[in-house]
Design a protein around this ligand. Structure first.
Ligand code: AMP
Ligand code: GLY
Length: 359
């Protein structure tokens, strides 16, 4: 097999996907556009998936890796996802009446909001302020207390192939009231207790059965955002794509060929140690990041750098968005290496989380 592959999307996650697929013996080369007659299209971000591009290109006879329009609603409609879970016995937070004044509670906008449509609110004032600015409809759910993991799975049309649990750091800072972002860092694997592992397998079996029972007929990624609460896993959200930065840490820890997992039914095999990622963002992120700052990277071959929002001009690199760089490494203790590298990056208005670690 020798495939011309198009990876849709342009962030750090897609850089990592391109690196993984282009190192496969099954890849004949990468093409950057649908017009270059790819044999296989791999979709990175949710927007083209939710817009139905997978269905469109499949109808043209091109193999696609991406969830179809019907199941993309697991991400684009939180209410659709809730119904899917309730129908299939998957545990999730209970819905509360919109006017509920039990605090804390969680406000969730129904549509795609790039991580900005969800907030844990602690009082009426916070709730009113947040609900005024988000798209409607929104709903309210009970607050669950616990530690979170992200589990990414690949549905190959028949069964789920699950990647090891990862943890991402969604908040901008360690302050629990700081805003959610696309992700300030991540690591994998997450060490889980036997009870957690056992309950995770039960959940993943339920998810697989739910997809099969609902007639799922796509090859694509499902991301489960899970929280360990009341001695069980509860689903906080579904995404219909790989997480960013969770994708980077999983792909860097993979020992075997990513394309063999996607196309030949192989199970993932991992290197030893922990794989970690640290996001370099620009001050002002997530609301209004300062752009256009020159970036000079230190020399350290232990660290891989993926560009999230970087512009090149006259042989120089410039920041061009909120999340700018994704730094990755694999070792027994990866975060000190990444933080040291991050300190040494020259970029005005850079921010990163110095407090995150394996836990
Ligand atoms: P979501 O986009 O739904 O994953 O929500 C973003 C973040 O909000 C999650 O990673 C959690 O930290 C938090 N969150 C969402 N729903 C809940 C909930 N029901 N209870 C507690 N925290 C939540
Ligand atoms: N890191 C969370 C996400 O990709 O949605």
């Amino acid at each position: 097999m020798s495939l011309k592959i198009c990876v849709v999307g342009s962030g750090a996650r897609e850089e990592a996907i391109k690196e993984a697929v282009s190192s496969s013996p099954m890849c004949a080369g990468l093409v950057s556009s649908f017009d270059d007659n790819p044999d296989l299209i791999i979709f990175g971000p949710e927007q083209p998936i939710c817009d139905g591009l997978v269905d469109y290109y499949k109808s043209k006879g091109i193999a696609c890796i991406g969830v179809d329009k019907k199941f993309s609603r697991l991400e684009s409609s939180k209410l659709f996802a809730k119904k899917f879970m309730v129908d299939h016995g998957i545990k999730c937070a209970k819905l509360l009446p919109v006017e509920s004044d039990i605090f804390p509670q969680v406000v969730k906008a129904d549509g795609l909001c790039k991580g900005k449509g969800v907030k844990v609110v602690y009082n009426r004032t916070e709730k009113d302020k947040f609900t005024r600015k988000i798209p409607k409809p929104y709903f309210i759910e009970e607050y669950l207390d616990g530690s979170e993991i992200s589990v990414m799975s690949y549905f190959n049309g028949k069964k789920l192939i699950n990647f090891c649990p990862a943890r991402d750091f969604k908040r901008l800072t360690s302050d629990i009231r700081s805003p959610n972002t696309g992700g300030m860092g991540a690591y994998c694997p997450v060490d889980l207790s036997d009870a957690q592992l056992q309950k995770l397998q039960i959940y993943l079996d339920l998810l697989q059965n739910a997809l099969i029972c609902e007639g799922a007929d796509f090859n694509g990624f499902i991301y489960s955002g899970l929280i360990w609460s009341r001695d069980d896993w509860y689903v906080l959200e579904y995404n219909v794509r790989l997480g960013d930065p969770e994708c980077q840490v999983i792909l860097n820890l993979l020992e075997n060929d990513f394309l063999s997992i996607l196309l030949n039914n192989e199970a993932p095999v991992y290197k030893k140690g922990y794989s970690a990622c640290l996001t370099i963002a620009a001050e002002g992120y997530p609301d209004s990041p300062i752009k256009g700052n020159e970036i000079i990277l230190p020399d350290d071959n232990r660290v891989k750098v993926y560009f999230a929002s970087v512009r090149e001009g006259n042989g120089h690199l410039f920041s061009d968005g909120g999340r700018v760089l994704s730094l990755c490494t694999v070792s027994e203790d990866p975060f000190p290496v990444l933080k040291n590298f991050a300190e040494k990056i020259h970029m005005n208005h850079k921010i990163f989380r110095n407090d995150i670690n394996i836990f």
